[in-house]
Design a protein around this ligand. Sequence first.
Ligand SMILES: Cc1ncc(COP(=O)(O)O)c(C=O)c1O
Length: 397
Amino acid sequence: MTRYDRYSMPPAEETAELTALAAELVERKFKQFGYPFDQGVAMTAYNKWLVDTGLADITLINVGDPWKKDWDMLSSDVIERKVLDFWAKHYGFEDNYWGVITNGGTDGNMHGIYFGRKLLERETGIMPILYVSEEAHYSVKKLADVQNIEECVVRASPAGRMDTEDLEAKLDPSRPALIVIAVGGTFKSAIDDQEAVSAVVERVGPCAVYRHVDMALMGGYLPFLDDPLARSVVDVRKMRFDSLAVSGHKFIALNEPCGMFICKREVLEKTRSAPIPYLADKVIPTISCSRSGFAALKMYWRIAVTTEEGFRRQAKHVLKMTEYLRRRLEDTALFTLVNPFANTVCFTRPADRIVHEYALACNQTAEFGCLAHVVVMQYFTEELIDRFIDDMISSTV
Ligand SMILES: Cc1ncc(COP(=O)(O)O)c(C=O)c1O
C-alpha cells in the first residue's frame, strides 16, 4: 500500500495528532452549555451500519427537488421525501407543501428570503423590504445583504420579542413586506408574536406580504409539547406563515450541520425558474446545487430510533431540566430570564473561568447588563446541572 492509499490509516504521526484531538473533544463534550447541540447523539449504530452496507465508501449528493423524476445520479431523494413528510405533518402541512433538507439553519433562511423576495417581486413588480427583529439570528441580516434586499430592523422588547408597535411604525404600505419571524431569538429565545404581527399587517395593509419563520432550535421540540399554545406557534394552519427553516443539528440531534426548509407548495409554483440543461433539464429550485445525501439518511434514522413518543419525552425532559437550572441559579441569588417554552436560561455572566470551561455564550444587554446563557439540551441531567452550580459557586469564593 502506498502512503496515499485511500483505504489505509494516515501515517503514525498524523494519526496520533488526530487521536489526541479526538480525546480532547470527547473529554469536553458535556461542557458545551452555551450552544444548542445535543451531545448525546449516539451515532455509533448508524456509523456501523454505514460500514456494514458499504455506504461508508460512497459519495452521496442530493440535488434540487427531492420529488424530481427520471434522475440517474445516485441520491437518497426517496428518504429525503419521507423525512420532509414527517416534519411537514408536525408543522400542520398536508400534501400542499414543498421542502428540502438544507445545509443548516442559515441555508433554510436563505431559501425563505430568496423565495419570499422572488414571489413578492413577481406579484407586485416592486422590491420588498425585509423586516426582522434586532434579536433574530444574524444570518437574516447577512442574507438580506447578500440578496441586496432593503432591510428594516425592528426593535425588540427587553425579553427579546419583536416590538410590534415599532413594526407598525416602520411598515411601509407602498412596498411588499418580507417579514422574518423569530421562533425564538438567538440569545434570549423569545418567540415573536405572530398574531400581533398579522394584526399590524391587517391595519397597515402593505401591497403584499410573505412570512418566513426561523425556528432553528425550537422547531425541533415545539410540535411535541402537550401545551396546544406551544404547538400552534409552529402550525401553518394557525399562523399562516409561508415558509420555515429548522436546524437538524440542534434539537433533532444530528451530529453535523443540516436542516430543513419547508414552504407552501404555491410558493414553489409561483417562483419557478428555468430548467438547467446539464442537470437533465430539470428545474432546480434550490440555490446550492449539492447537498448531503447522508443528511437525509441520518435524519430518517434519527426519527426511526427516537419515535414520536421519544421526541415528546425529550421535549418534556429538556423543559424540565431548564426549569431545574433556572431554580438552582435563582437559589444562588442570580438574575435569570427564561422565555415561555424556551430551553435557554439567561443569567448574570459568571466568572471568566466558568464562561470558558462551559463554553457559555455571553451578551451585553441594555436592560439586564452582561448576561450568559445556557441552552439546555437532551443530555442535561440534575447531576450535570448540580456540578455546574457547584463549580460556579466555587469560582466566586
Ligand atoms: C435562531 C437561529 N437561526 C439560525 C441559526 C443558524 O443556523 P446554522 O448555524 O445551522 O447556519 C441559528 C444558529 O444558532 C439560530 O440560533
